[in-house]
Ligand binder design. Structure first.
Ligand code: DGL
Length: 278
């Protein structure tokens, strides 16, 4: 009986929660790392962005979305959104009562692993910066390390607009990166779902400002790796051999899948996509 129940549980989907479309970069990394798992992605497109809101508002929005995640009987929660991870991960984990992985710790760990002088730079939303979540994560992972964090809010709408290599985006990134280069950071963590798409531009600009190549960490593959390890250690991995399915749920159906396709790296029209009210 117990064995049958745990088999059933292992075949449940992994829930991926984000404020909107950006978390599809994390879903992309998860599906690549764990191709046999089923995923259900919930993007709160009706209320994005979260990065400009107060902690209380992020908690309220996340709480409203938790119902949808619970209704989908997920076996694990991945909070792809850095802002939600910074403000509401513990609350969601307590509410859903499933193993829950956020975006902050995996990216921080990957950043510290490549930072030789332990001077870690982070760019994030204003909400993530204010939460102090990266300071806490660095404090817990390596007390000898220093963290330098800049809010880079304008990069979020620029990525949504598809401005991945425009001069305006370069200038904006440069303005945010300048103080970090002055602080002599020796690794940079991309602390928002959206910045993954700007990886080459950010790496170029930071190298130009620093006068040397500085490793830039995309949190998405680091999150996927942590999810894989947790599935294994908690004996939660699927036993199936066939390819897993991706299901996408939005709180407001986009008219145009173009931006979502860019984040996911594949055409959403070929997937199951639905809308839900929260
Ligand atoms: N998903 C958010 C994050 O990673 C960025 C977009 C937003 O502000 O909601 O912090």
């Amino acid at each position: 009986m117990i064995e049958a129940m745990s088999k059933l549980r292992n075949e449940a989907p992994i829930g991926v929660f984000d404020s909107g479309l950006g978390g599809l970069t994390v879903l992309r990394a998860l599906a690549a790392r764990l191709p046999r798992e089923d995923f259900v992605y919930l993007g709160d497109t009706a209320r994005v962005p979260y990065g400009t809101r107060t902690v209380q508002t992020v908690l309220n929005y996340s709480h409203a979305c938790a119902r949808v995640l619970r209704d989908n009987r997920i076996k694990m929660l991945v909070v792809a959104c850095h802002t939600v991870s910074a403000c509401a991960l513990d609350a969601l984990a307590a509410e859903l009562f499933v193993p829950s992985i956020g975006a902050i710790v995996p990216g921080t760990r990957a950043g510290l692993a490549v930072s030789l002088n332990k001077r870690l730079g982070v760019i994030a939303t204003a909400g993530t910066l204010r939460s102090g979540a990266y300071l806490r994560a660095v404090g817990e992972l390596d007390r000898t390390a220093q963290v330098f964090i800049e809010a880079a809010p304008l990069l979020v709408p620029m990525v949504e607009e598809g401005w991945l290599d425009r001069e305006a985006t370069r200038l904006t990134a440069r303005a945010y990166l300048e103080p970090l280069a002055k602080s002599d950071v020796d690794a940079l963590v991309l602390g928002s779902t959206h910045y993954s798409l700007l990886m080459p531009l950010i790496a170029d600009e930071l190298a130009a400002l620093s006068g040397k190549a500085v490793p830039v960490i995309d949190s998405a593959p680091a999150i996927a790796e942590e999810v894989a390890t947790t599935l294994e250690s908690r004996q939660l991995a699927t036993a199936r051999d066939d390819p897993g399915k991706l299901r996408i749920i939005f709180t407001d159906m986009p008219d145009d899948f173009g931006p979502a396709n860019r984040f996911l790296g594949k055409d959403l029209a070929q997937l199951s996509v639905s809308a839900v009210d929260v």
